[in-house]
Design a protein around this ligand. Structure first.
Ligand SMILES: C[S@@+](CC[C@H](N)C(=O)[O-])C[C@H]1O[C@@H](n2cnc3c(N)ncnc32)[C@H](O)[C@@H]1O
Length: 314
C-alpha cells in the first residue's frame, strides 16, 4: 500500500511563513516534503529551501520526489539541534523563514521495521536517526521499574505509569518486550479501560510517545533548535512551529513568551539593568488549530497547534 503524508495546516503554515520569490527558507523537518514543496512553489521562481531531517530515508525520498526544483532545494541529513553549524555551511546563515513540523511522519509510522506504530512486528527501535542513541527496546530491557515509571510519567503524562513499569519488569524476566506489538499488548492488558466508554486513542499511545521522546531527546533538540533559529532569522523573518502534544507546545509557548518580553529585571529593581529587549512579535493570535474539515480528512492533524512569530531587529 502506498503511504502518503498529508502536510498539516498547510495553508496556515504558508500564511504565517509568507515565503517570497528570492527568499531563503529552512524546513527543519522535511519528512515527506509536503510543506517543503508548498514553500518552494510559493517562493517561485527563485526562492530557496534548506531541508533538514534526521532520518536518511526521508532525505533520500524527498531528494528524488522534489528533484524538479534543482538547486532551489538543498537537503541535509542532520538533527535540527545542529542548525547553527549546518545552515551557515550550506549558505543559509541569514534566512527569511524557519519552519518546524515536530514529531514523526506517516512514512515512519508505517515502517514496520522501526517500531513507531502499535502493530509494527519488527524491533522496537523508534530512533529517527538509527546511527545515534539507543533503541527503545534497550530502554525497556535495562531501566528499572522506577526509571521506566518516571520516563512514562515525564514524557507521556501516563497516569498508570507505575503499573505499566512493574508489568514490563515482570514480563521481561521471562520474555523480552522487544517489539511494538508486544509492548502495545502488554499495556492493553495492564490498562484495560472501561468497555462502556469507547476510547479515542490506543491505550499505549502515551507510553509510545514517552519512549519516542526519550529515545530521540526530542525536547532537548527542540530547545536547541529554537535557540539556533534566533541567530539565523533576519529581522522580519518568520519562525513557525507545529507541535502535536502539550510537552512540546509548552516549550514553544514559553520560548516565544521569553523572546517577546522586554525588561526581565525583578519588580523591586527601580531602573532596568538587564538591557533585555524583545526579539520576537507574534504574527498570529497566540496559537492556531486545524479546522474541523481538516481533522475529518486527516485525523493525524487533530492535536496540531501552530505558533508563529516574527524576528525583530534587536
Ligand atoms: C511530522 S514529520 C514532517 C512532515 C513534513 N512537514 C511533510 O510535509 O511531509 C517530522 C519529521 O521530522 C523529523 N525530525 C524529528 N525530529 C527531528 C530533529 N530533531 N532533527 C531533524 N529531523 C527531525 C522526523 O524524522 C520526521 O521525518
Amino acid at each position: 500500500m502506498e503511504v502518503l503524508h498529508s502536510p498539516v495546516m498547510q495553508d496556515e503554515v504558508l500564511g504565517a511563513l509568507a515565503p517570497q520569490a528570492g527568499s531563503l527558507q529552512i524546513d527543519a523537518t522535511v519528512g515527506g516534503g509536503g510543506h517543503t514543496e508548498r514553500i518552494l512553489e510559493a517562493a517561485n521562481p527563485d526562492g530557496r529551501v534548506l531541508g533538514f531531517d534526521a532520518d536518511e530515508a526521508a532525505i533520500a525520498r524527498v531528494g528524488q520526489r522534489l528533484s524538479r526544483f534543482g538547486d532551489r532545494l538543498v537537503l541535509r541529513c542532520a538533527n535540527f539541534r545542529e542548525l547553527a553549524d549546518v545552515a551557515p555551511e550550506a549558505g543559509f546563515g541569514a534566512v527569511d523563514g524557519l519552519f518546524f513540523d515536530l514529531g514523526l511522519s506517516s512514512f515512519q509510522l508505517a515502517d514496520r521495521e522501526r517500531g513507531f506504530g502499535f502493530r509494527a512486528g519488527g524491533p522496537l527501535d523508534m530512533r529517527f536517526d538509527a546511527t545515534h542513541g539507543v533503541p527503545a527496546a534497550e530502554l525497556l530491557s535495562t531501566l528499572d521499574a522506577d526509571g521506566l515509571a518516571s520516563l512514562f510519567r515525564r514524557y507521556g503524562e501516563e497516569p498508570a505509569a507505575w503499573r505499566i513499569a512493574k508489568a514490563i519488569v515482570a514480563e521481561r524476566a521471562s520474555t523480552p518486550v522487544g517489539t511494538a506489538e508486544a509492548l502495545a499488548a502488554l499495556v492493553e492488558r495492564v490498562v484495560p479501560g472501561n468497555p462502556r466508554q469507547p476510547r479515542r486513542t490506543h491505550p499505549a499511545t502515551r507510553v509510545f510517545q514517552a519512549l519516542r521522546i526519550a529515545v530521540n531527546d526530542e525536547l532537548g533538540a527542540l530547545e536547541a533548535g529554537l535557540a539556533a533559529a534566533m541567530d539565523l532569522l533576519r529581522p522580519g523573518g518568520r519562525l513557525v512551529v507545529l507541535s502535536y502534544h502539550s510537552l512540546e507546545d509548552r516549550i514553544v509557548k514559553q520560548f516565544l513568551a521569553g523572546e517577546r518580553r522586554g525588561c526581565i529585571c525583578p519588580p523591586q529593581v527601580p531602573i532596568c539593568v538587564c538591557g533585555h529587549t524583545p526579539r520576537l512579535r507574534l504574527v498570529t493570535r497566540p496559537s492556531q488549530t486545524p479546522s474541523d474539515a481538516e481533522i475529518a480528512a486527516n485525523p493525524r492533524a487533530r492535536s496540531a497547534r501552530l505558533r508563529a512569530a516574527e524576528r525583530l531587529a534587536a
